[in-house]
Design a protein around this ligand. Sequence first.
Ligand SMILES: [Cu+2]
Length: 167
Amino acid sequence: MKNIYKILTVFGLILLALADNSHAQNYQVGQLEVSRPWARASAGKAKNGAAYIDQIINKGNTADRFIGVSSDVAMKTEIHNHILEGGIMKMRQVKGGIEVKPGHPVILKPGSYHIMMMGLKAPLKLGGTIQVTLEFEKAGKILVKVPVLKVGASGKSKMKHDMKMKM
Ligand SMILES: [Cu+2]
C-alpha cells in the first residue's frame, strides 16, 4: 500500500514538471496571455528579422492595445503588418497598435502582423533565444523569450495556409 503512495507521489511530481514545461512559452501580463512567441533564423547576412506570436488572448472584460515592441538585438523594432496595395504585398508599421479584445485573439504570423527587427546587430541563430519586450496600453510591459526556429520556418500558420491553397 505504501508503494502505491510513493508511485503516485512520483507520478504527480512528473506531471507537475511536464505541466510547468508546457507553459514555458506562455506569458501572463495583466489580463493578457501571450502564447508561444517565435522568430525565424536569419538567412545569410540579412539585416532584418521577424518574430511572431501564436496568440495574444485577452482574458479580461475590457479591450487592451498591443502598442509597442523593443529588443536589444536590433537597432529598431516595430509592429508591422502586410497590406495588399495595388496587387503588391507591402509591409507597414502598425500605427496606434493592435486592439486586443476579449474573445478575439491577436495572431502574429508570416504574411500578417509581425514584430520587425530592423538593423540586426547579429544574425538570429537557429536554436538560439532572443529577448523581446512587448508593451500593452493597459497591461504594461512584459519581457518574453523568443526561440529562433529555422530559416523559412512558418510555425503552425503555414500548414493552415497550405491547406487552403490546395483546396
Ligand atoms: Cu515587417
